[in-house]
Design a protein around this ligand. Structure first.
Ligand SMILES: N[C@@H](CCC(=O)N[C@@H](CS)C(=O)NCC(=O)O)C(=O)O
Ligand SMILES: [Fe+2]
Length: 290
């Protein structure tokens, strides 16, 4: 139990503007990694593990043992390094149980057979249900379902620190988009209300910062700051006002550059699609004529 012995280290992937975190219990030296990223060059189809290797080097240097690999959701903008870290450390990969719905959606989009994806949470070691508790060494951790950006989005509350994934951005950026399959601005509003019930001094660690107006990079905020200043949803913002703002902005956003490779790999916990007879993995892109 306790909150005093928590250490949080942030890692930033410049290419996708993603924050990954190592959260450790400094007594037992057990740690979790949240949302690790693979480096992917789409044009070349080449994958590098520099970012994930940085995290591994940090864990080794601190003598932390990786106990959990946690995903806040199946990301649509970068490839997850979860499977790579699992192969290196043996730690289990966990995600919210909403991943089953996301797998089902994209199983159809990519025309995957049951041999490739059953959509029952396969490829993940642990599916968390809402409010489920777990431990990182002696740190108390709890899963809070926060769908809306995606069906499987969860936040992790770890010793008074909330890792919100893409439910909230920094106050001057507001919230994440809700126009992916399974996304819903009404649902996101209710998830955010749940976050706003937490103590005001709860620290909030976000997953992306796109540096609005070129300001310096930021990743740490609080429930109090969000309720007072979030440009999309303050403490007293009515649901309809939020939904209208969110949906208006969503109409202006382009499809993320890496959505197809990302989703295809991330619904498999970061594993590449099964290699073909020549030993090579391929990414599929469904084509639409417009
Ligand atoms: N330009 C980026 C966009 C990535 C993106 O769509 N990010 C999502 C989170 S996964 C989002 O909510 N973006 C909000 C925004 O761009 O306002 C890319 O192509 O990767
Ligand atoms: Fe996302």
């Amino acid at each position: 139990m306790g909150t005093a012995n928590v250490h949080i280290e942030m890692f930033f992937d410049k290419d996708s503007s993603t924050f990954s975190y190592v959260v450790a219990d400094t007594h037992s030296r057990q740690a979790a990694v949240i949302d690790p990223v693979l480096d992917y060059d789409a044009a070349a189809g080449s994958i590098k593990t520099d970012g994930a290797d940085n995290i591994l080097a940090y864990l080794a240097q601190q003598q932390f043992t990786l106990q959990w690999i946690l995903e806040t959701h199946a990301h649509a903008d970068h490839l997850s390094a979860a499977d790579y870290l699992k192969r290196k450390t043996g730690a289990p990969i966990a995600i919210g149980e909403g991943i089953k719905k996301v797998q089902q959606t994209f199983k159809l989009v990519f025309n995957l057979g049951d041999d490739e994806l059953t959509a029952k949470g396969d490829y993940f070691d642990k599916l968390f249900s809402d409010s489920e508790t777990f431990a990182i060494g002696s740190l108390d951790a709890q899963v809070i379902n926060t769908p809306g950006h995606t069906n499987d989005s969860v936040s992790y509350l770890i010793a008074g620190n909330l890792f919100v994934g893409d439910s909230l951005f920094m106050p001057d950026a507001g919230t994440a988009r809700c126009d992916f399959p399974g996304g819903d601005a009404h649902i996101l509003f209710h998830s955010i209300q749940r976050i706003y019930q937490l103590p005001e001094d709860t620290r909030i660690f976000i997953c992306h910062d796109y540096q609005p107006n070129g300001r310096e990079l930021r990743y740490l905020t609080s429930v109090a700051e969000q309720k007072a200043a979030n440009i999309h949803v303050k403490a007293d913002t009515p649901e309809q006002e939020f939904v209208q703002k969110r949906e208006t902005r969503d109409k202006t956003l382009a499809v993320p550059r890496l959505i197809y490779p990302s989703v295809q790999v991330n619904i498999r916990g970061g594993q590449l699609p099964k290699a073909e007879a020549n030993g090579v993995s391929y990414i599929k892109i469904p084509l639409t004529l417009k």
